[in-house]
Design a protein around this ligand. Structure first.
Ligand code: NDP
Length: 291
């Protein structure tokens, strides 16, 4: 046995949700979240249900708008317009991926940035990358929370992020940079990936490739955050990190499941509360989105 500590994302998320619930109660708030789900992607149905359950527990009201797989872009945009106007809905989340006939970017850009709890609207992306207050994507936010639990000061640490998606890798690299890490972003065209990863004090795997990160890619004592959710043929879920091979090398490691996943949902609720607070401050007539 090594000295690796497993980061318990499930417990951390439960504690975080408890604090959120207390905050919502104390301030007598009623944050409202609308989840738009198009089609019957089984994973998306599960995610939407999990979000609904967690939200109800903390006092966030959730509406799931489940539309047929063939729903047109016009129909979804009309729904978004309606939700943008509703004062009881503070956050709007479009469950991704959407069916092939839809352009997700068009739909994301229709959401009022102030209600964009996924932090994917270009206004929020621009603000975040400029270091301005913004809605920040939930998974990177959850990763940062977990990392900060075990690394008190990130200044000067070398962070390697494997993956550069708009949803996870790219915003996470910015957040680490803002904490004064030295950041390397790896992706599918990176050569000698294991050598690059072995430089990391903090290694985040967000590629969606089962067991991409093995023992040869981890420096002794590194903190390893596994974002990957990969469904195996037997129905079990595995991460991007070969947990068994790496756990005795890393100082801290997140498991899959029970690591980053629960934190993503907790941060969605946090963003909904933040959005509700922002809207109370500015008033809905100040909505940034205009047709
Ligand atoms: P994307 O498919 O959008 O992006 C994957 C990224 O990984 C791309 O930048 C891609 O590079 C890179 N990549 C793919 N293969 C390799 C490789 N062999 N070596 C190095 N880099 C590689 O996925 P997401 O970012 O949306 O998600 C990543 C993973 O995280 C998935 O497993 C997803 O299910 C999971 N996830 C988990 C969440 C959670 O709550 N735990 C939330 C969101 C996602 P390139 O840009 O060159 O194509």
């Amino acid at each position: 046995m090594g000295t690796t500590h497993i980061i318990d994302g499930k417990q951390t998320a439960a504690d975080f949700r408890k604090n959120l619930a207390e905050e919502i109660k104390r301030a007598s708030l009623s944050p409202g979240l609308a989840v738009i789900l198009v089609g019957d992607n089984p994973a998306s149905l599960i995610y939407a249900k999990n979000k609904q359950k967690a939200a109800q527990e903390v006092g966030v009201m959730v509406e799931v708008h489940h539309l047929a797989a063939l729903a047109s872009e016009r129909m979804i945009m009309d729904l978004i317009d309606e939700l943008n106007k509703r004062p009881d809905i503070h956050g709007i989340l479009l469950q991704l991926p959407v069916p092939m006939h839809l352009n997700p970017q068009n739909l994301i850009e229709r959401i009022d940035p102030i209600k964009d709890v996924d932090g994917l609207h270009p206004v929020n992306v621009g603000k975040m990358t400029s270091g301005l207050p913004a809605m920040i994507p939930c998974t990177p936010l959850g990763c940062m929370y977990l990392i900060k639990q075990v690394v008190p000061s990130l200044v000067g640490k070398h962070a390697v992020v494997v993956g550069r998606s708009a949803l996870v890798g790219r915003p996470l690299a910015h957040l680490l940079l803002q904490e004064d890490c030295t950041v390397t972003q790896a992706h599918s065209k990176t050569t000698h990936l294991a050598d690059v990863c072995r430089q990391a004090d903090i290694l985040v795997a967000a590629a969606g490739v089962p067991h991409l990160i093995g023992a040869d890619a981890v420096k002794k004592g590194a903190v390893v955050i596994d974002v990957g959710i990969n469904r195996q043929e037997n129905g079990k879920i595995t991460g991007d990190v070969d947990f068994d091979a790496v756990q005795d090398i890393a100082s801290f490691i997140t498991p899959v499941p029970g690591g980053v996943g629960p934190m993503t949902i907790a941060m969605l609720l946090f963003n909904t509360l933040k959005a509700a607070r922002n809207q109370m401050k500015t008033g809905l007539d100040m909505m940034l989105y205009k047709e």
